[in-house]
Design a protein around this ligand. Sequence first.
Ligand SMILES: C[S@@+](CC[C@H](N)C(=O)[O-])C[C@H]1O[C@@H](n2cnc3c(N)ncnc32)[C@H](O)[C@@H]1O
Length: 219
Amino acid sequence: MNNQRQEERAGLEPNQEQLLAALRAQGIKGRRVLEIGCGTGRLHHRLLDEGAASVVGVEFSAAYLEQAKALARAQGHEDRVTYLEGDFTELAGQIEPADVTILDKVVHCYQEPERLVRQSTAHTRFLYALTFPRDRWWIRLLIRSVATVMRFFPMLWRIRFSRPEAIRAWVREAGFVRLCHDETKMWHTEVYVRRGETGELGRGDGLGSPHEKSNGSAL
Ligand SMILES: C[S@@+](CC[C@H](N)C(=O)[O-])C[C@H]1O[C@@H](n2cnc3c(N)ncnc32)[C@H](O)[C@@H]1O
């Protein structure tokens, strides 16, 4: 089976299912989504299936974006997606602020995680959703080992571990409050809402209460 067929058939990973459930609970219909480090786009194509208005996907890897575009064609989403190849922190000036921003397993894949979080939160009107590695000795060791190996290869991106509390502080300092928290063995899944933002779409369509809980507790 070629890569494309595999992508079309592949389901979401457990942490992506958690993100999807949390976003669904907040109301995804009609939302303009920004996915940074979107990879092959599996997650955002599900959001489009569930009624998101549009997606901007930003990704370093041209190969991933080709697969994301092929999925868009296969699923009839072409007119609702825009893909940009490159570093979000450099492209941010060309991108409209989004209702919902997603960074799924991305913050640890960038050398300046604080800059990435600060710029992406500044681009977010309503919900900020992210997954990032848990603070476990074996996860830190794994990331350190992979980072060492990556140094010997020409890569578009490098990985580094950030403490969950540091990531949470950057998001909170940008004016966000955590709504939901979930986890798998490896990942934290968290969704934040901009403080004081009701998420009004102005058309009354598809908007759930922004303070409903999803899998985890509102915090
Ligand atoms: C571990 S992969 C996750 C891909 C996808 N989100 C998923 O979960 O399948 C991390 C991705 O983030 C991308 N990335 C990291 N920092 C980025 C940045 N500043 N701008 C755009 N893409 C970025 C990398 O190119 C890489 O494909």
